[in-house]
Every structure is written in structure tokens, then in C-alpha cells.
Design a protein around this ligand. Structure first.
Ligand SMILES: Cc1ncc(COP(=O)(O)O)c(C=O)c1O
Length: 448
């Protein structure tokens, strides 16, 4: 079988041409500091000039191996020829016509792919957005509209976006909320099941469930007033945390019992990243709605809300977006699905398992690696002071991220002190080995 998803430069590795950042990069960084919002989070001085496959080149000619994928977005890597061809073909026909007011077929073509692959049974419908946060906003509005209930539940450590509705659900870092309140009324945050370090995983999974049922629902939050529970089936920004299956199954049970909608936010974990089309499939739990964005269009801005047709019952004019469902982004998304269907998903699963196996050994080998957790190419390493108490070691995590950058491996942090690896799904084994060698060397040197 030809590997249509495989980039031409699948085995390219980084090269150093000069200082990092070099003079051209430094000039761009200085202009950026003068002109752009100081709220942007730049952990190291990477300037991107061009990208191909899993390789990023800076304006000074230095190349880097990309384990970030533009924050879990570039599913098919940089400038995949099949994605570029789809973009070009659509661009030559028309680039915009507001799909919420008029009709065009590529929206339907993509919706067919989405409803085929999303793990929600029965008829489904799609609402298009430009980003993850807007997909979550749409889910909040639809949940309230459909149930006629005001309240929402989400989880500590969760990230659902930064617009006012989704930010009200977000509870990842206080910096993201400080000074922006008051938030949406009616949002309650409860603990997520972060059970990696727990001796009794069942007990750990059930703890937030019992709190919800035996405390909140009995003392302060009548379940009949709750419209939806929003949950990331694998917590992303919060630390790449995989919960026990029981936790998500219990949420499903509670939602069914009380007529609450279960919303899976798969903005980060969806589109093959976890080695299945959607992370929900790992747990065999079916939500009522799914939010998507990031990897869906291989880098073009697109998101969506998928819901059971009987839930998506808002009428003409109730919700829309001028740019949502942009035809060029939709064409890129159709091609992204095509590549996943043609072997890329399988590759993600196999390569993810391979990487996971090697890095799992680091938990025993290095005192500061507390956990290696993840699915597919969504892998998180928890950096801790030591194994006795597993307290997050924020400073060491940051040093590792910086050291990797200097060695031309691009990684990111997430959560209190986790390293997140979310490379393009087209990463080759040669590149994966090189990246893991660099990461291990940085961990080893800084762990002394
Ligand atoms: C799970 C999840 N939901 C929502 C969002 C928000 O997406 P966007 O940045 O496209 O608005 C993110 C972004 O990181 C995310 O990881």
C-alpha cells in the first residue's frame, strides 16, 4: 500500500546553520514585541520561516523537529501536498460565501465525514465555527437552549477556550481568568479523575462522582437545573491526563439519569491524535455532543459542534457565524479525513505505542519523570521533584523545554509541570527516535 500521508522528507532531521535565534529571527522578535499583544505566551524564541512535514525552518536557516504541530493542529504536518492541492483547488473556485446564509457542497462533504466518524449513535448534525472556543460557545448555547436549563458543570484542570462562555468553563490556570470576571453564572467546577498516581484507581475515579451525586446534587445544585457536563475525555492543557474509563462511564450514567447532556470537548484529543478518530472511542462512552477544532483542517481555522439531530433543535436564525465553515478550510478538512482514513490513523496508533513504550521506561530510570501518560501521539510526561510525593516540578519542566529548543527539538509544557508531545501525526520512526534521544538526553543532564 502506498503511504499517501507520508511526507517526502519523512526522515529529515534538524540542522544548525548559526546562532539560535540568529539575527533575522531576533529582528522579527523585536518587531513583535513592539507591535503585538503582550498576552501571548512565548516560551522560547522560535521564529518560523517555513515548514515541511515535521520540520520547521527559522529565517536564519536552522531547522527544528516539531513535536508541537502548532499546538496539536498540524495533523498532516507542514504543507502536506495533498492538503495544499485541496486548498488550491477550492481557492480557484471561491474562498468565501458565508455558509450560514447560503449553500455550498464542500460543507456537506465534510459534514458526511464528520458524522461518519464521530462516536455518537443515530442521526447527527454539524454546526461550523472558526475555532475551538467558538465550538464550545455553540455547545453552551445549544445545551441551554435544548434543555431549557441554566447550569453547567466542568472540571478543574480543564481548558475549553478563552471567550467569555468557554472561559467560564475553563479552570486550568488562574492567569487565564484573573481580571476578566464576572463569568457566566451557573458554572460549577469539580475535580477531574487524575488517577495515575492513585493506589486505588477505582476509588480515585469514583471520588468526583460521589462528590457530584452525594454532595452537590443533594445540597446545592439540583440536577434538574443542569444543562450539560463538559469534559475533555483526555485532559489537554491541564496536563495530558488520561482518566480511568469508569470516570467517563459514570458521567454518562449520571447524565442519562438526570437528562443532562454530556459534551466531550475533543478540540485537542480528536481528529486521530489519540490513535483513534476520537478519544471517546478509547473509553467506549458515547457523548451527546462533541466539539472539534485544532487538527480538523490541518492548520486552517475551522471548528465544529457535532450533536444528535434531536438535540440540535434550535430554529432558523438562532445561531450562526460569518466565517464558520469557510470553504477552503472545509476542503482542507475533507483531505485531512481522507489521509487519516488511508493509513495515517493506523500509523498514529503504532508510532504512539512505540514512543510510549520507550518513554515508559523513563519513569523507572529518572527520578524526576513521575508519569508518562497518553494515547497515540498525545503523550504527556509529568515532571516531579521525586517519586515519593509526585509534587509538580515547574522549574525543571521549563528547563527541559528550553534545553530541547536549544537542541532543535520543539516541545511544550502543559498543566502544572507536564511536558506535552503532540507532533504532527505524519512523524516518522527515524524522527521519533531522534526526538526521544534529544528529550532523554536533556532529562538525564538536568536530572543530576
Ligand atoms: C480541549 C480544548 N478546548 C478548547 C480549546 C480552545 O480552542 P481555540 O484555541 O481554537 O479557541 C482548546 C485549545 O487549546 C482545547 O485544548
Amino acid at each position: 500500500m502506498t503511504k499517501e500521508w507520508l511526507p517526502a522528507n519523512a526522515d529529515e532531521l534538524p540542522e544548525k546553520k548559526g546562532r539560535i535565534p540568529g539575527p533575522r529571527s531576533a529582528r522579527i522578535i523585536r518587531a513583535d514585541q513592539r507591535l503585538l499583544s503582550p498576552s501571548y505566551t512565548r516560551d522560547y524564541p522560535l521564529v518560523i520561516h517555513q515548514g515541511r512535514g515535521c520540520i520547521v525552518e527559522d529565517p536564519d536557516g536552522n531547522t527544528f523537529l516539531d513535536f508541537n504541530a502548532g499546538i496539536a493542529v498540524l495533523a498532516t504536518g507542514h504543507c502536506h501536498p495533498r492538503i495544499l492541492a485541496a486548498i488550491e483547488k477550492q481557492s480557484q473556485r471561491f474562498v468565501h460565501y458565508s455558509g450560514t446564509d447560503f449553500y455550498y457542497d464542500v460543507q456537506n462533504e465534510l459534514a458526511k465525514k464528520i458524522v461518519t466518524h464521530t462516536p455518537i449513535s443515530g442521526p447527527k448534525k454539524v454546526f461550523y465555527t472558526n475555532s475551538g472556543t467558538e465550538a464550545v460557545e455553540a455547545a453552551i448555547k445549544l445545551a441551554r437552549f435544548h434543555t431549557k436549563r441554566p447550569n453547567l458543570i466542568s472540571f478543574l484542570g480543564s481548558f475549553h477556550g478563552r471567550t467569555m462562555g468557554s472561559l467560564s468553563l475553563t479552570a486550568s490556570k488562574t492567569r487565564q481568568k484573573e481580571g476578566f470576571g464576572p463569568f457566566l453564572p451557573g458554572v460549577t467546577h469539580i475535580n477531574y479523575a487524575h488517577c495515575y498516581y492513585a493506589k486505588d484507581k477505582t476509588e480515585c475515579a469514583l471520588k468526583p462522582i460521589r462528590y457530584l451525586e452525594e454532595q452537590l446534587f443533594k445540597r446545592s445544585l439540583p440536577p434538574a437545573t443542569v444543562a450539560a457536563i463538559f469534559v475533555e475525555p483526555i485532559q489537554g492543557e491541564g496536563g495530558y491526563i488520561v482518566p480511568p474509563t469508569l470516570f467517563l462511564k459514570e458521567l454518562r450514567r449520571i447524565c442519562t439519569k438526570h437528562g443532562i447532556l454530556l459534551v466531550f470537548d475533543e478540540v485537542q484529543s480528536g481528529m486521530g491524535r489519540s490513535g483513534k478518530f476520537f478519544a471517546a472511542e478509547h473509553f467506549d462512552v458515547e457523548p451527546d455532543m462533541i466539539t472539534l477544532a485544532k487538527g480538523i483542517a490541518s492548520g486552517l481555522p475551522l471548528g465544529c459542534l457535532v450533536a444528535k439531530s434531536k438535540v440540535m433543535d434550535w430554529p432558523y436564525g438562532a445561531h450562526a457565524s460569518t466565517f464558520g465553515g469557510n470553504p477552503v478550510a472545509c476542503a482542507a478538512a475533507v483531505e485531512t479525513f481522507n489521509l487519516l482514513e488511508k493509513g495515517l490513523l493506523e500509523h498514529t496508533r503504532t508510532l504512539g505505542a512505540y514512543m510510549h513504550k520507550r518513554m515508559q521506561g523513563w519513569v523507572k530510570k529518572y527520578k524526576h519523570v513521575g508519569r508518562v501518560q497518553g494515547k497515540g501521539l498525545m503523550i504527556g510526561l509529568g515532571i516531579v521533584y521525586d517519586k515519593k510525593d509526585n509534587i509538580a516540578h515547574f522549574a525543571l519542566r521549563n528547563k527541559i523545554v528550553e534545553a530541547c529548543f536549544k537542541k532543535q527539538l520543539l516541545i511544550l509544557g502543559c498543566g502544572p509541570a507536564a511536558i506535552r508531545l503532540c507532533p504532527p501525526l505524519v512523524l516518522s520512526k527515524t524522527q521519533a527516535d531522534w526526538g526521544m534521544d534529544v528529550l532523554e538526553e536533556c532529562i538525564r543532564k538536568l536530572s543530576r
